[in-house]
Design a protein around this ligand. Sequence first.
Ligand SMILES: Cc1cc2nc3c(=O)[nH]c(=O)nc-3n(C[C@H](O)[C@H](O)[C@H](O)COP(=O)(O)OP(=O)(O)OC[C@H]3O[C@@H](n4cnc5c(N)ncnc54)[C@H](O)[C@@H]3O)c2cc1C
Length: 318
Amino acid sequence: MMMLEPLTFEGLRGRESRNVALARYTSWRTGGPADLLYLPADRDDLASFVRQTRALGMPTVLGLGSNTLVRDAGVRGAVAVMHNPGGALAIADGLVYAEAGVAAPKLARFAANHGCVEAEFLAGIPGTVGGALAMNAGCYGGETWRYVARVEVLLPSGTFAVRTPDDYSIAYRSVRRGDGSACDGIFTAAWFRFPLGDGAAARVRIKDLLNRRIATQPLGLPNAGSVFRNPPGDHAARLIEACGLKGLERNGARVSEKHANFIVNPNGAARASDIEALILEVRREVLDRTGVALEPEVRIVGERSESGVAKPRGGVPR
Ligand SMILES: Cc1cc2nc3c(=O)[nH]c(=O)nc-3n(C[C@H](O)[C@H](O)[C@H](O)COP(=O)(O)OP(=O)(O)OC[C@H]3O[C@@H](n4cnc5c(N)ncnc54)[C@H](O)[C@@H]3O)c2cc1C
């Protein structure tokens, strides 16, 4: 754990805590502690936090933790959890404005309720708007950045910048700066341009899409969605299933029987190291048997436990 004792804050309105297990902030329900956890009250409060913690570097960011594996020894420095059920949603000048902490399914419903179409795909993505921007999340033919008019970014200096898609290099589940470097700030809001259309039909499509997910994904068990990106022209799930890996279990982490590209943590008992080892094992098996090197879609953050000091097995209540 990093020594944070001298660090005190002024005028912050969010919730700060120290040495907090991140398991409850990830959909896999595993992961070690953050030295300093911050739940900002709003974007200005986050900016103030970033300015006051400059000595720690930019915080590691989590939205709803639905695409993130936090290692067992946790994250040094600060972690900002962006999910904000009260985050702003609005329509202005024909654009849908959403703060980064808003849940993506809420944005999908808001758009449909305001006569917009093509945002339906976001209903099935259990993350935040910020996470969808960072990942260029997508499904069923839809992709987040196709609809972005501009974004607001909080820079390491603690100031805001507004950027357009032209400032980024966007690809399948990948968002980088225009020069190819990693993104340098925290997405705090976005303006989306969704076509106008039949909102009632969009609401029906949202229902259909959610039913399709219930039928095909292990939504009742802790998971982080697709573990691997689909390789060009193929599906990671197809390859994993063809290699006979469905149901493969290691210390409580299991390749889902329902969807081969999902790894589930049924009792919340697997450690991050168990999940990471299973990811590597699946990758190795698929490479050996098919020659295809699968690349993880999930983001892995934090530090490994030294052997013998991993967090004890056992579920963490959410
Ligand atoms: C059941 C299930 C189904 C899923 N289906 C899909 C799917 O169909 N398509 C798909 O694309 N994904 C899917 N996912 C994965 C996941 O929901 C998406 O990647 C989602 O966009 C992640 O959002 P999050 O807020 O949970 O991000 P997190 O997991 O919290 O973070 C993911 C990454 O984004 C970064 N990040 C988060 N917020 C910000 C921000 N405000 N600014 C800068 N960086 C940020 C984090 O630092 C991290 O690197 C699924 C996951 C689950 C559990």
